[in-house]
Design a protein around this ligand. Structure first.
Ligand SMILES: [Zn+2]
Length: 288
């Protein structure tokens, strides 16, 4: 599932190229992915200009000149692809399935044709969705979704994090980090990475964490999120970039996807286990 760094990466890519594009067509081949009547969607977006692409938690927000904002949640397997009339393809979200060669394809459920290119919303497993919110009411709407703070925002202070943890004393650490009302945008990969950074096992109960460990977790969350954004997320880019590289955070992951391999800090073997139904990785030697 795309987490905050993967969503932030595609948002930055889109924001660099799509503002100013005028929407000329909207095609929806899977109406259930659009959480409003398709004719209403068409009325709101046709003829409007894309103003600004931004993000809150794992949501992609596309402001239009019509006064509406497209709200896109990629969920498990959603992708956004911008194919410009000129220049390189921009791909974000879930990796492109093996064997996929072009767009649109059978997973392209929403296709927005614009003056400077085409935006495809693809979703193999169809859990993603697209909504429409009035731009003037967006802030209020986002507040109602009860997302926790953005991990890299200035107002996400260590005091705030300590306070948020105090409300979850009986819960285990990793599911707490992945609780979107605690911190926005943290998923399976970066929860494991933050725990490794902080030398704490993901199974620990919040109540058992020392103040020092809690502070290390705060630093770990900020560190892994910033690093992952710098490297443009994990496995979000399986296509070849125009410079021939693949980019990506994967070589910088310390535990996630490394079961059985040596810990990059202490050399111990990384264990892969299951916690709350999710594959979970940690080093039993340097994480307590
Ligand atoms: Zn280790």
């Amino acid at each position: 599932m795309p987490e905050l760094p993967e969503v932030e990466t595609i948002v930055r890519e889109l924001q660099a190229v799509v503002p100013g594009a005028r929407v000329r067509s909207v095609a929806v081949s899977l109406p259930k992915i659009v959480k409003l009547p398709v004719p209403r969607l068409r009325r709101a977006v046709l003829g409007s200009t894309i103003r600004h692409v931004h993000r809150r938690a794992k949501l992609v927000l596309i402001d239009l000149s019509s006064g509406w904002t497209l709200v896109i949640h990629l969920k498990m397997s959603g992708q956004l692809i911008w194919r410009p009339r000129r220049g390189r393809l921009r791909v974000g979200g879930h990796p492109i399935p093996q064997g996929t060669t072009g767009w649109p394809n059978k997973y392209s459920h929403v296709i927005i044709g614009a003056s400077t290119g085409t935006l495809f919303f693809n979703d193999q497993r169809q859990f993603g969705h697209l909504k429409l919110v009035k731009t003037s009411e967006l802030e209020q709407w986002l507040e109602e979704q009860e997302y926790g703070p953005e991990p890299l925002a200035d107002d996400f202070t260590v005091e705030l994090f300590l306070d948020l943890l105090r409300h979850h004393r009986r819960k285990r650490l990793k599911p707490t980090l992945m609780d979107q009302t605690v911190v926005a945008g943290v998923g399976n990969i970066y929860a494991d990475e933050a725990c490794h950074f902080a030398r704490v096992r993901p199974q620990r109960r919040i109540a058992s964490l020392t103040r020092r460990e809690r502070r290390a977790l705060y630093r770990g969350l900020r560190h892994v999120m910033a690093l992952a954004i710098k490297h443009r997320g994990t496995s979000a880019y399986v296509y070849r970039r125009t410079d021939g590289g693949r980019g990506g955070m994967r070589p910088f992951l310390r535990v996630y996807g490394r079961g059985g391999q040596p810990c990059r800090r202490c050399g111990g073997a990384i264990i892969k286990t299951t916690l709350a139904g999710r594959g979970t990785h940690y080093c039993p030697n340097c994480q307590d």
